[in-house]
Design a protein around this ligand. Structure first.
Ligand code: WTA
Length: 637
């Protein structure tokens, strides 16, 4: 028994919210909403689009299926996400409400009312215009976790340009490839970013990345760390110097966009090394993220919402930047790492700012759990009312710790399953949903998810299968930037009907219909919740002069979910000593970024391959994990 929940420690542990918890929730009748939406998903999304966002011109059609799988939503409608996130609030009492509270790793604090954020966005939008950015152009943003990152995103969207945010933990090859693919003439960056008391030299990395990209004409540099950087005359400009010029006026028109115009590109990992830019649209995306945040996290005016992701990933795009602002919420954002400089930095922040909802990843929870209960116990965490998790399956042990030690058995755990491709939550409980530790529970209203066999038949309860989505949803990525065939091939070609979206995940459903996500079925590895492709790491390894061939697998890791284990064949004459493996790690760090550095690099003489020359990663994995090799009939003789 617990406070606010009835926990049954039966075969499967179920935490049922008590009636008084349900009564506190804005939409207590959530299950009938799910049922209605299942009967008519289009009507559900139509209602959300009318209620949650303003349109300059109404749409004619809610869902257009004429060019499958290139579905269109809210066609004919005119909209701009910045109107809904900022402009409209300036005309209401929310003008003076806090939109964003920010704390730097060094303790610096800043707050932005909706009015102040709106003005900063207008100024930066005018700066972008003066740099030649026009509707439909792409702007690459490569920054640390500072308020100017959302400001740059919003300013780009305001003028109808398309942002491509590259996570600040990527290094120059990853950045360069993404700038090149998006063809950005303008890049926005920082001199450096703070991370665990050290600085990451973002401007140096940008300089190297654009050496090979003559497309870049202008670089706008925010001063954050104050470190020495190279500024190339005529190309590089300081943000603060531009902001002091008359061009950076505090008013800028918001561009009315077609619902299907691109809003942003976000690169994510897939099966090949080439970056895959998922394109999200102006209309459907905002409807989806606003509806999901509203229902799953029951956002209220008085909430202080903390999504502890990085704005450089989809979680940050949707749930730090756009959805909370559309709903008029107050967000908190923190620059640094969870346990820095003390293991209770986060708990201190929750107490200091009265955070009411914390949304983070299992890897962060496991990391904080390792420090022990004494650290959170030092703080008054009673402001918390909901907790959330995303990014990988949460192991029940971490779930229980989060629930008991952080939430004091009062706060439901909202385990949200979704992807860069889906734009927003797809499988998630609401605060009234009975919870099972480790399960993302049930699909969001209007989302038709299923677990199927290879032939498309629905799996039996508790049978592992492919996780698919059978009906389009408004937040779906519209295409792969510049490569619609890759979009169709990757997501829509696996099942005979070709009308289902394949997520790349395996899952099972239990007898209550609850979804249990097992993990990726493709060559994607989730390391500390970050998404990486084996091919990205492999191509970084083989770009080192000593390496002839490389294969990379993900191996289960207690803290990080998965860790990278690499196998390299060296060129003849090279010796695989410690100095070389260290050099290879440094090389991957330099090429892709610290998140891609293998935990282990094993030097081998050969790699198991199929007769057609494909590396059999499955065999490598079985070997590392001491498991039987399974079917080896296709192995090269
Ligand atoms: C995994 C992150 C289990 C899954 C928003 C998915 C999860 C991939 C969960 C997408 C969850 C995300 N439970 N697994 N709650 N959330 N995943 O694109 O494998 O970085 O396919 O998007 O993360 O990762 P991405």
């Amino acid at each position: 028994m617990s406070d606010g929940f009835d926990a049954t420690a039966a075969k499967s542990e179920v935490y049922r919210p008590r009636p008084e918890t349900i009564a506190n929730y804005t939409v207590p009748d959530y299950s009938s909403l799910r049922q209605q939406a299942a009967a008519d998903p289009i009507a559900f999304w139509d209602a959300q689009a009318r209620e949650l966002v303003d349109w300059y011109e109404p749409y004619e059609q809610t869902l257009d299926v004429s060019e499958k799988p290139f579905y269109k939503w809210f066609t004919g409608g005119k909209i701009n996400i910045v109107h809904n996130a900022l402009d409209r609030h300036i005309k209401s009492w929310r003008k003076n409400k806090l939109a964003l509270i920010w704390e730097g790793e060094d303790g610096e604090q800043r707050t932005y009312s909706y009015f102040k954020l709106w003005k900063e966005v207008n100024r930066f939008a005018n700066i972008l215009k003066s740099m030649g950015v026009r509707k439909g152009d792409t702007v690459t943003i490569y920054m640390g976790r500072v308020p100017e990152l959302p400001i740059a995103m919003l300013a780009t969207a305001k003028i109808g340009a398309i942002h491509s945010v590259v996570y600040g933990g990527f290094s120059e090859r990853a950045l360069g490839d993404r700038i090149e693919d998006a063809q950005s003439k303008v890049v926005v960056t920082c001199d450096g970013a703070w991370l665990r008391g050290k600085t990451v030299n973002l401007k140096d990395i940008t300089d190297e990345a654009i050496q090979h990209s003559p497309i870049v004409q202008r670089v706008i540099v925010l001063k954050r760390t104050g470190q020495q950087v190279n500024m190339e005359a005529g190309r590089d400009f300081w943000w603060h110097e531009l902001a002091a010029l008359p061009i950076a006026g505090p008013y800028c028109n918001t561009e009315p966009m077609d619902a299907e115009d691109p809003l942003f590109i976000l690169y994510t990992s897939g099966t090949t090394g080439k970056p895959k830019g998922l394109m999200h649209s102006c209309g459907g995306y905002q409807v989806h993220i606003a509806a999901t945040l509203k229902f799953a996290f029951d956002i209220k005016e008085e909430d202080r919402w903390w999504c502890a992701a990085d704005p450089g990933w989809i979680t940050g795009h949707s749930y730090i930047v756009y959805a909370p602002l559309i709903l008029g919420a107050t967000s908190f954002m923190y620059e640094g790492a969870p346990g820095y400089p003390y293991p209770d930095r986060w708990w201190h922040l929750v107490e200091k700012y009265g955070v009411t909802i914390l949304y983070t990843a299992p890897t962060a929870i496991r990391g904080l759990m390792r420090f022990g209960e004494a650290w959170p116990a030092r703080h008054d965490l009673s402001s918390l009312r909901l907790l959330g998790t995303v990014g990988e399956p949460i192991n029940p042990e971490a779930w229980r710790w989060y629930f008991n030690v952080i939430g004091k058995q009062r706060c439901p755990i909202i385990d949200t399953w979704w992807q860069t491709e889906t734009g927003g939550f797809m499988i998630t409980p609401a605060p009234v949903t009975p919870l099972k530790p480790g399960s993302a529970t049930l699909p969001f209203p209007g989302v038709e998810a299923d677990v199927v066999r290879e032939d498309g038949a629905t799996c039996d309860p508790n049978e592992d299968g492919y996780l698919v989505v059978k009906h389009p949803w408004p937040g779906m990525a519209r295409t792969v930037w510049g490569d619609p065939d890759r979009y169709r091939q990757t997501y829509w070609s696996d099942f005979s009907s070709q009308e289902w979206y394949f997520t790349g995940d395996s899952a099972r459903r239990d007898e209550d219909g609850y979804f249990w996500i097992i993990g990726r079925m493709d060559d994607v590895i989730k390391v500390s919740g970050y998404r990486l492709g084996t091919a990205e790491v492999e191509s970084a390894l083989v770009s080192h002069p000593s390496v002839a061939e490389a294969a990379v697998i993900g191996v289960p890791d207690e803290l990080r979910g998965h860790a990278i284990h690499a196998f390299c064949i060296l060129k003849s004459g090279e010796t695989g000593d410690l100095a070389l493996t260290d050099a290879l790690k440094a090389h991957v760090r330099h090429e892709v970024g610290p998140i891609a550095v293998p935990a282990v690099i094993e030097i081998v003489e050969s790699l198991p391959k199929t007769r057609s020359g494909k590396i059999m990663r499955r065999l490598l994995k079985a070997r590392v994990m001491g498991q039987p090799a399974g079917d080896t009939s296709t192995l090269e003789g």
